[in-house]
Design a protein around this ligand. Structure first.
Ligand SMILES: *Cc1c(COP(=O)(O)O)cnc(C)c1O
Length: 389
């Protein structure tokens, strides 16, 4: 497929499909932990990678390969390696590419577990991390040291939808000899292609929009062959690889990725515009709104504003909890990227473990609510929110 210049929606449906001798039309699920060889010589050749072939599903599996090839085609990446979850993708990236004594420059606005991993685990093994503003590229430049090996960001950020300028930060990384890794979970390659903007590595939590229906966990790391080889080396040794069942679920979910991302974005924009009109709402943060502080950059970098909307109510925590507790349709859960709309109060859930002063400095107030806009009718979502507003 790589010889043809297919559109994204075609790649999402067709890329990576391999058929067995039975000619199945839909992608097969290969539920097997290991693979047999025809003879001792073939087994030996497969083990030293002199011959291609499947050995053991901790290394790789044909259904997992189909998922990897499909996502690589969408991101425009030379190589993709699948992981058990988004966090396993971040772990494998760092284990594969960093060593004790290395320094990382990371956005202050990262997924909570990513910050936990850097602060509580990588630090123990001698990797130092400096946190900088997601939105001010000059801070990235100033944070660089002689041992800086990796830049790490996520855009739009969670929950405030801050936009990092991927091209500008990639240029700084290149100049300093560091690699730039971008967590592309919120946009997916349908809305944003970090490798085209100069990033070296793309990371996914496939648990979110790639599956899109809240069923399984999964993740992936993408980049050129040279960078992915050590990441794959860690994964096949340590084992947080993607199960063939989960790979199959996500693979089939990806076939509707473009349709879903466009629908999530259109509904999120309509909801954000409506929220801006509500007297009980103090502020709406959505990259697709002209009122968003980085609307222009977002619209250059992303095709649409995406599916995440954050807003502040008037009246603090009590007012925010009232909105959440008055919903009947929306799911009160911190997850996102689902056909079902989700609602969460970041200050008391996903960001509760951060010290109150640090949380306030990051702009995550008690009045803030985050919505992962699903695919229900916008009028029904509005009615559900209007009750508490
Ligand atoms: C959910 C999420 C992750 C972690 O993914 P899991 O699949 O839950 O391990 C990482 N980054 C972002 C931006 C996420 O939203």
């Amino acid at each position: 497929m790589s010889d043809d210049n297919y559109e994204l929606e075609t790649l999402a449906i067709r890329a990576g499909t391999h058929r067995s001798q039975f000619g199945e039309h839909s992608e097969a699920m290969y539920l097997t932990s290991s693979f047999v060889s025809a003879n001792a010589a073939e087994a030996a050749a497969k083990f030293v990678a002199a011959e291609p072939g499947y050995i053991y599903s901790r290394f790789t599996n044909p259904t997992v390969t189909m998922f990897e090839e499909r996502l690589a085609a969408l991101e425009g990446a030379e190589q993709c390696v699948a992981t058990a979850s988004g966090m396993a993708a971040i772990l494998a990236t760092c284990m594969g590419l960093l060593k004790a004594g290395d320094h990382v420059v990371a956005s202050r606005s990262l997924f909570g577990a990513t910050i936990n991993m850097f602060n509580n685990y990588f630090k123990k093994f001698g990797v130092e991390v400096s946190y900088v503003s997601a939105t001010d590229a000059s801070e990235w430049q100033q944070a660089v040291k002689s041992n800086t090996k990796l830049f790490f960001l996520e855009t739009p950020s969670n929950p405030l939808t801050e936009i990092s300028d991927i091209a500008a930060i990639a240029a700084i990384a290149k100049q300093c000899g560091a690699l730039l890794a971008v967590d592309n979970c919120f946009c997916t390659p349908i809305l944003q292609k970090p490798l085209e903007l100069g990033a070296d590595i793309v990371i996914h939590s496939a648990t979110k929009y790639l599956d899109g229906q809240g069923r399984v966990l999964g993740g992936a790391v993408l980049g050129n062959k040279e960078l992915i080889a050590p990441v794959f080396g860690f994964l096949r040794t340590a084992g947080p690889t993607l199960s063939p069942f989960n790979a199959w679920v996500i693979l089939k979910g990806m076939e509707t990725l473009k349709l879903r991302m466009e629908a999530h974005s259109a509904k999120a924009l309509e909801l954000a515009q409506w929220l801006e009109q509500q007297p009980g709402v103090a502020r709406v943060l959505y990259p697709g709104l002209p009122s968003h502080p980085q609307h222009k950059l977002a619209m250059q970098q992303q095709k649409t504003g995406g599916g995440i909307v954050a807003f502040e109510v008037k009246g603090g925590k009590d007012a925010a909890w009232k909105v959440i507790d008055s919903t009947k349709l929306l799911s009160i859960t911190a997850n996102l990227g689902d056909t079902k709309t989700t609602i969460t109060h970041p200050a008391s859930t996903t960001h509760a473990r951060i010290a109150p002063e640090a949380r306030a400095a990051a702009g995550i107030t008690d009045s803030l609510i985050r919505i992962g806009v699903g695919l229900e009718a916008v009028s029904d979502i509005q009615a559900d929110l209007a009750r508490g507003l």
